[in-house]
Ligand binder design. Sequence first.
Ligand SMILES: C[S@@+](CC[C@H](N)C(=O)[O-])C[C@H]1O[C@@H](n2cnc3c(N)ncnc32)[C@H](O)[C@@H]1O
Length: 377
Amino acid sequence: MSQVTPIPTPANDNIKPEPACVDEHDEIVAAVQAVMAAPKRKVAKQAPWKRRLEARRAARRAARKVARRTIRETVPAVVAPAQCITIPKSANDNAKVLCGDCRDLFAAIPDQSIEIVITDPPYFLQGMGEDWDNAELQRRSRNPAKIGSLPPNTRFDPKQGRDFQAFMSEVSEQVFRVLKPGGFYVSFSQARLYHRMAVAVEDVGFEVREMLGWVRPGLPRAMKLDHFIDGRDDADAIRASIGGRKTPMINQTLEPMVLAQKPRDGTFVDNWMRHGVGLVDTSQTLDGGFPKTLMSVDKPTKAAKDADGNDHLTVKPVALIEHLLRLFSKPGDTLLDPFAGSGSHGVAAINTGRGYIGFERDPHNVEIIEGRLRRAA
Ligand SMILES: C[S@@+](CC[C@H](N)C(=O)[O-])C[C@H]1O[C@@H](n2cnc3c(N)ncnc32)[C@H](O)[C@@H]1O
């Protein structure tokens, strides 16, 4: 765990009561109704399409107002500067980043106050577990030949899966607590340990609704076996038997995500009207068709990362997170990301008119996030 000073729990006076979500939703609906019901002379040019456009703008304005208030109320000023909270002071003050271990920082978030969680936890493969150390990972990626006798991410250790599941249970319990009923929880995972995460998420009470997948170019990791064969008396016989076969690793071109939902409060419609979450906007598309579980989006290039001052090793494409946000949330909602990394989810939240709260343990990454959020805002 990181060395952060304790944060007041929701029981403390510092934290105001959870804002009434029914009121928030009603506020947006009322803003739309006011425009639609306004006498015709008050709406420019009277045309129905202009009235609808004006209504959409009013909904967005009301949603932004609600998001600003929600974040003000849900994340009070409890984090001392030593814990390096970053609040971009800019056109968009809906984004907050808290530096520390998410398992401590969750205490700053009241129950049932968050509409959506989209996160990308540590993979729990070599050096990317609870001991995630950016500097060490950077060093290794510069010297790939020195990582024992195997390339990164190819060592198998059954303990990795068990540790990952225990870690994700602890985190998912908190996600369950802070999400509104019917709220969506999307969590990435390295393909080899996806099953552990899905079980952890389900066991804390979520309904696992789908497995989603980010489709991206992979790296060939299968290895030739020459160094085990060379010098053996039976080398020729082994080569004849093995042919060109390699170790069992083909290109990983799929990064799975669990799509889970907190149990609803009543029917889908009841839940939406009470909490404003739990339905999917199926008009959102990446390829022109109905939204699909497999999502093909390019990886951020090194040039784009460099231009953004971003040296994080596992950066998700902003366009992918924007698509997830548009599908599973609405403008004005608040996205919580307990493993913010370089802040791609925060940039996506700003770009799509959502509020954002990110937790990140590494102060170096927090600096990267701050720069990216300021530029996006
Ligand atoms: C896979 S990366 C997230 C990358 C991010 N999606 C992006 O696009 O930049 C996971 C991040 O979680 C952070 N991390 C690991 N354990 C943590 C913890 N217990 N609390 C908060 N952050 C943690 C690591 O420092 C790392 O930056």
